[in-house]
Design a binder for this molecule. Structure first.
Ligand code: NAD
Length: 496
């Protein structure tokens, strides 16, 4: 098994409970974002491999659907326990492959992954149907049935955690899964496949097919034998998924991009707002769909807030993700680093003042080969591209407002509707504004707090459907109504 820095990698496809080579024998290079070096290569899944994985999932479905729900839950608990036994290895692997600072991987990615699997382990036997009031002599009940074979496609920004968001509810509800991780960061998902095999999930219940989006992903989205596709990624790809799904009218769930507004009112607790706003945008190098990437500041506190916020941003320790002191690592790919840098140029061209950053760090020299970027703060107007478009980096736009009305208008002035936040000590305003922000999630006096039990998803350009919470169990089940006549004296309508 290949290894780097003592960390071993699983590198083959996981189909029907076995690790297998791709049919075409081609591979995908996996790169270390810290220095651009080659970490390993993994087998590439092509269309024919996706077909095999879907067939394996289909073959396993009847048995898994009929497995007692508590037993499905037990396996999810066992998987969570097993990840916990390998806690440090997962944290290091995720940091190495994605560039997440190891302290974040330890504090957020791995613990949340474990918590999500436990949440759905517990929920497996607790989501029930209902009985509908009906005429005497009739029993009308509604069952929740698994959708069937589910295709899942995940992005590169939180690969391990999103795998738990997707697999947890799908498996708890009795579905079989073919999951395609991002071609950029497949390693933690493949490692998870090893644990899935070890804890005893029946073969074919989970299949992992690392491959390119336009090949394996597209084929999965089009697949006539897949009953649903659950996708997390960009809005542009989300549109392609919808088109690809039309052939067999499969169910589609879309968790797409965002452009989170983070509003600071003039009565806010400023130290908390400054610290929380830095977390909102700079955590994971801003590579978060719910990042607070548009800071909206009340004009009365804007100057003071900015001075202190910039000082904090300038002091963020950018460096090797495996160093426990690092607060911001590299972006996950070179292409993405170039994309974010291009937005710095766009901001300048649009006349937006770059107040901080906007370039790669000059020091230390050890970072020169990695995909690093300085924390970047720019002023922007609502019509600017950097105000409207998802940059997905450590890049925040600053816009001021006069009153609550204008703050809400600015917050709602993009096509996205994923997450947003506000900082205020006025209780009435907190509820008023939270209600009026067009988004699937709103945080008050905090930002990016995500619990396994609360639904996660957006509206508008941010997609539809919900990960997490009991809501996600509904996403992975269909309602079936069954009507039973238990009184033979009731005649049918015909010949009354
Ligand atoms: P992306 O859309 O480029 O890729 C996401 C996944 O889709 C990858 O696995 C990729 O291989 C696959 N893919 C690409 N083209 C495909 C196609 N034609 N058919 C099927 N699959 C295809 O997104 P990304 O760059 O990996 O991730 C960043 C994006 O994800 C950002 O826009 C971010 O906001 C979004 N995101 C959303 C959420 C959410 O919950 N709403 C969470 C995290 C990330």
């Amino acid at each position: 098994m290949p290894a780097t820095k003592g960390i071993t990698f699983a590198t083959r496809l996981f189909i029907g409970g076995e690790f297998v080579d791709g049919a075409a024998g081609t591979s995908i290079e996996v790169v270390n974002p810290h220095d651009g070096s080659r970490l390993t290569e993994v087998a590439e899944a092509r269309e024919i491999d996706v077909d095999r994985a879907v067939a394996a999932a289909r073959a396993a479905f009847a048995g898994w659907r009929d497995t007692p729900a508590a037993e499905r839950g037990r396996l999810l608990f066992a998987l969570a326990d097993r990840i916990e036994q390998h806690f440090d290895a997962f944290a290091e692997l995720e940091a190495l492959d994605t560039g997440h600072p190891i302290r974040d991987a330890r504090f957020l990615d791995v613990p949340r992954t474990i918590a999500n699997f436990r949440y759905y382990g517990g929920l497996a036997d607790k989501v029930s149907g209902r009985q509908v009031p009906a005429e005497p002599g009739f029993l009308n009940y509604v069952k929740r049935e698994p959708v069937g074979v589910v295709g899942q496609i995940t992005p590169w920004n939180f690969p391990l955690m999103f795998t738990s968001w997707k697999l947890g509810p799908a498996l708890a509800a009795g579905n079989c899964v073919v999951l395609k991780p991002s071609e950029l960061v497949p390693l933690s998902t493949l490692r998870l496949a090893e644990l899935i095999a070890e804890v005893g999930f029946p073969p074919g219940v989970v299949n992992i097919v690392p491959g390119y989006g336009h090949v394996a992903g597209q084929h999965l989205a089009e697949h006539p034998q897949a009953d649903k596709i659950a996708f997390t990624g960009s809005t542009a790809t989300g549109r392609r998924i919808v088109a690809a799904s039309a052939g067999n009218l499969k169910r589609v769930q879309l968790e797409l991009g965002g452009k989170g507004a983070n509003i600071v009112f003039d009565d806010a607790n400023l130290p908390a707002a400054i610290n929380g706003s830095a977390f909102a945008i700079f955590h994971n190098q801003g590579q978060a769909c719910i990042a607070g990437s548009r800071l909206l500041l009340h004009e009365r506190i804007a100057q003071e807030f900015l001075e202190r916020f910039m000082a904090l941003a300038a002091s963020i320790r950018v460096g090797d993700p495996l160093d426990p002191r690092t607060e911001m690592g590299p972006l996950t790919s070179k292409l993405h680093q170039e994309r974010v840098l291009a937005y710095c140029d766009i901001a300048r061209q649009e006349g937006g003042e770059v107040l901080l950053g906007g370039c790669v760090p000059a020091e230390p020299a050890a970072l020169a080969r990695g995909y690093y970027l300085q924390p970047t703060i720019v002023r922007a107007k609502p019509g600017d591209r950097v105000f409207q478009e998802e940059v997905f980096g450590p890049f925040v736009s600053i816009t001021t407002f006069r009153d609550e009305e204008e703050a809400v208008r600015l917050a709602n002035a993009t096509d996205y509707g994923l997450g947003g936040g506000l900082w205020t000590t006025d209780l009435g305003r907190a509820h008023r504004v939270a209600e009026r922000i067009r988004a699937g999630m709103v945080w008050v006096n905090c930002y990016k707090r995500v619990n396994p039990g609360a639904p996660f998803g957006g509206v508008g350009g941010s997609g539809y459907g919900r990960d997490l919470g009991v809501e996600s169990m509904y996403e992975y089940t269909d309602a079936k109504s069954i009507v039973v006549n238990y009184d033979a004296r009731i005649p049918p309508y015909y010949r009354r």
